[in-house]
Design a protein around this ligand. Structure first.
Ligand SMILES: [Zn+2]
Length: 369
């Protein structure tokens, strides 16, 4: 007979304590669900239809809703998402960092429509967007995602289930211990918090996979939710599995993590490419000036949000190039990037996940290692 004892014995750390440390800086800045540039946009309702602190949901168009997480108030949803409601059909976005996160969004969905919830879509496989997927399975909702999502979840998160926690954390603990200076130690400590948290989340979560894989070669896909055309597209950059949902008639884009608003981009994924991401942002910037973006993290923004992310990428590239030219070895360069004053208020999820990995990839693109 199988025993469930190992699960009972495992010590689960609270998600909140670790993430709170990571977001300490971001948390000290009052969070706004809307960027100031779009605060007066007539498409956006000033009053949320649901507000749980850790996330709020508001109307951003005709049949369009955005779920915006505020991680300074908890880690139930973690990422942003939303839902689209047409005359005949609807689409929920994201499974969030936990099943209660997906359930929170579903409750709000049921407040605004009688249409049965039958379809949901993951913008990519990352834990903060996918770990609540079992909620959809349990509620008979078909889950769409890039065709590589199941494989990436298997490799990245299923592989952690039942694994040796101490062995998994050892290399990062060594980085903390061997750090050359306080800054490097601080960065390593932040990374240790993030990966400890990731390990614990993977181990306490029954993971689920999309059952409606989308082959990127067959995208874009045009769907009609009932006189409500939407387009699902794939772009390179953040995770190799990134999908966006575009509503051309209303100039609204659910961009997933291809857009971080007022935050440093997470560049850790092995399939993340700096050049690919920058060219994707160039495409986004070429769209209508009134385009409204629901980013994967941070406030709903307009084109200025895309521009400021492009500026962050430019600055990362500029500093990486300078360090590379000056002969700074990669092992030092990853800690030596300086946050410019204009981005001081930008959230950094964890140094290694965002900045060190960006510098590493930029060095690789310059032909260095
Ligand atoms: Zn992501």
């Amino acid at each position: 007979m199988n025993s469930i004892a190992p699960f009972n014995r495992r010590q689960f750390l609270s998600n909140a304590s670790q993430f709170t440390a990571l977001y300490a800086l971001a948390g000290s800045i009052p969070f706004s669900a809307l960027a100031s540039s779009v605060a007066d946009d007539p498409r956006i309702s000033q009053t949320p239809i649901a507000d749980a602190g850790f996330a709020s949901i508001r109307k951003i168009g005709d049949g369009l809703y955005a779920t915006i997480s505020d991680t300074s108030k908890g880690f139930v949803t973690i990422c942003n998402g939303g839902f689209l409601v047409g005359k005949d059909a609807s689409l929920l976005l994201e499974a969030y960092g936990s099943s209660p996160g997906a359930a929170f969004q579903m409750d709000a969905y049921r407040k605004v429509t009688q249409l049965p919830a039958t379809n949901a879509l993951l913008t990519h496989y990352h834990f903060d967007h996918s770990m609540g997927s079992s909620f959809y399975g349990a509620n008979g909702v078909q889950l769409w995602g890039h065709a590589a999502v199941p494989k990436r979840i298997m490799e990245s998160y299923v592989a952690l289930q039942g694994a040796d926690r101490a062995a998994f954390l050892a290399p990062t603990e060594k980085r903390v211990k061997d750090a050359k200076n306080d800054i490097a130690r601080q960065h390593a400590q932040g990374d240790l918090g993030a990966i400890s948290n990731l390990f614990d989340m993977a181990n306490k979560t029954p993971l689920a996979f999309p059952n409606r894989p989308l082959d990127p070669a067959k995208l874009p896909m045009n769907l009609d939710l009932g006189h409500f055309p939407i387009v699902i597209e794939h772009y390179p950059g953040h995770s190799g599995t990134d999908l966006i949902v575009r509503v051309p008639d209303q100039k609204v884009v659910y961009a997933g993590d291809l857009v971080f608003s007022h935050a440093y981009p997470a560049c850790f994924d092995e399939k993340c490419t700096m050049s690919g991401w920058r060219s994707t942002l160039k495409t986004f910037a070429s769209w209508d000036k009134d385009t409204l973006f629901v980013p994967g993290h941070g406030a709903v923004c307009g084109q200025e949000g895309v521009q400021s992310l492009r500026d962050v990428f430019d600055d990362l590239a500029l500093q990486a190039e300078k360090m590379h030219k000056a002969g700074v070895p990669l092992s030092d360069a990853t800690d030596q990037y300086l946050l410019p004053d204009k981005f001081k208020n930008f959230a950094v999820f964890a140094w290694g996940f965002c900045i060190a990995s960006a510098i590493t990839k930029l060095y690789a693109e310059m032909g260095a290692s």
